[in-house]
Design a binder for this molecule. Structure first.
Ligand code: F0G
Length: 355
């Protein structure tokens, strides 16, 4: 019998691991339950019988992993009677905050760095009905402002400093273990504000304590070279990378990230924009998986440190956002010179095709 699962969102599925009660109003778009897809051409580049999977979190309802955190943060905000939420964002958080806040009947204020948010993300925030302020400053500055706003005005902060965000996001680790039957040996993940790496680690630890896995993964975090404070050990005042989602110079979850690195025997490494693009094109062109540039940093990073991969390891790379978020980058960096202005007749078409 073919089986179709009635998935009603991650709070419904992982309720016993989450800080919700019978009376919490659940605001959900049925997020989570995203596929773990084998990527054999990437495994082949490493060799040594490794298995590599991608956790394709770009298939969440608003196209990124932020939905996992937002279903929790918005449900808890609603439970507390909030009428408005606020966040700073490089784009994905704003889209998710807008979608869930509006669904929950709240206002959503979002501060974004003017000119550095991918087109799809801006389109989403606008259509979902967020009140969007593009500020003449970067993400780090925007985060400082929204933190102060939430202290002085009746708006709930839904950036990843909100603990409910991490609670929701930790369910991605549960899903990985539920599908693999154990934790992977390595978890490769792009790092910006370092919320997601902290959330995954929480999830892996919780499942391990419950005896649902026999081991814990080494957490391998990757930052863009122009925005790599966790690699260099000091904040970057002017972060730069084409992976705008992770264009962050002073991660809010800095201490948590260092604790994850230490307790998992993992590491932080930097990847160059050019390496990110190679992985971005490889995922799409060789595996049929379209992610946004920041997400490709996890695979770029894995390839960069491939000599350190233990023989026979199981590796999961997190693909945090959908490629459709950033159509401009796809067209700009595709290296695919498509034929334009072709005469509409069979002869020309066949000729151009090389027949
Ligand atoms: N990948 C994508 C696609 C992201 O949008 C982000 C963060 C990250 C990775 C890094 O996750 O911050 O938890 O380490 N985006 C935030 C935003 C900053 O505003 O959308 P992190």
């Amino acid at each position: 019998m073919p089986k179709v699962q009635n998935w009603r969102g991650l709070i419904d599925n992982y309720r016993r691991y989450l800080p919700v009660s019978e009376t919490t109003p659940i605001v959900t778009l049925h997020e989570g339950n995203t596929p773990l897809i084998p990527v054999p051409t990437i495994a082949a580049q490493i060799g040594r019988q490794v298995q590599v999977f991608v956790k394709y979190d770009g298939l969440n309802p608003t196209g990124s992993f932020k939905d996992r955190g937002m279903t929790m943060a918005i449900s808890k905000a609603k439970e507390a009677g909030a009428k408005a939420v606020i966040c700073a964002s490089t784009g994905n958080t704003s889209a998710a905050a807008a979608a869930y806040a509006r669904r929950g009947g709240m206002r959503a204020f979002v501060l974004i760095p003017d000119g550095y948010v991918a087109l799809g993300k801006l389109a989403q925030a606008l259509l979902y009905g967020a009140e969007v302020l593009a500020i003449k400053g970067n993400f780090d500055r925007a985060l400082e402002i929204v933190r102060e706003m939430s202290e002085c005005y009746p708006v709930t902060l839904v950036n990843s400093v909100n603990p409910y965000r991490l609670e929701g996001q930790k369910t991605a680790a549960f899903e990985v273990v539920d599908v693999l039957g154990d934790a992977p040996d390595w978890l490769c993940i792009p790092v910006g504000n370092a919320g997601n790496i902290s959330a995954y680690w929480m999830g892996f630890c919780q499942y391990h304590q419950e005896g649902r896995s026999t081991k814990l993964p080494q957490m391998m975090g990757f930052q863009a070279a122009g925005a790599a404070p966790l690699v260099t050990g000091h904040a970057v005042s002017q972060p730069e990378t084409l992976a705008t989602a992770i264009r962050i110079g002073n991660p809010a979850n800095w201490e948590k990230a260092i604790a994850v690195q230490d307790s998992s025997q993992g590491s932080f490494n930097a990847v160059m924009d050019e390496e990110i693009l190679v992985a971005y094109r490889m995922l799409a062109g060789d595996e049929g998986i379209f992610c946004e540039p920041a997400s490709a940093a996890s695979v770029a990073g894995l390839l960069k440190v491939k000599d350190q991969v233990p023989t026979g390891a199981t590796i999961v790379c997190v693909l945090t956002g959908n490629g459709l978020k950033d159509p401009d980058s796809a067209i700009k960096f595709s290296e695919n010179n498509f034929k334009q202005g072709v005469e509409p007749n069979l002869e020309t078409v066949a000729k151009v095709m090389g027949f």
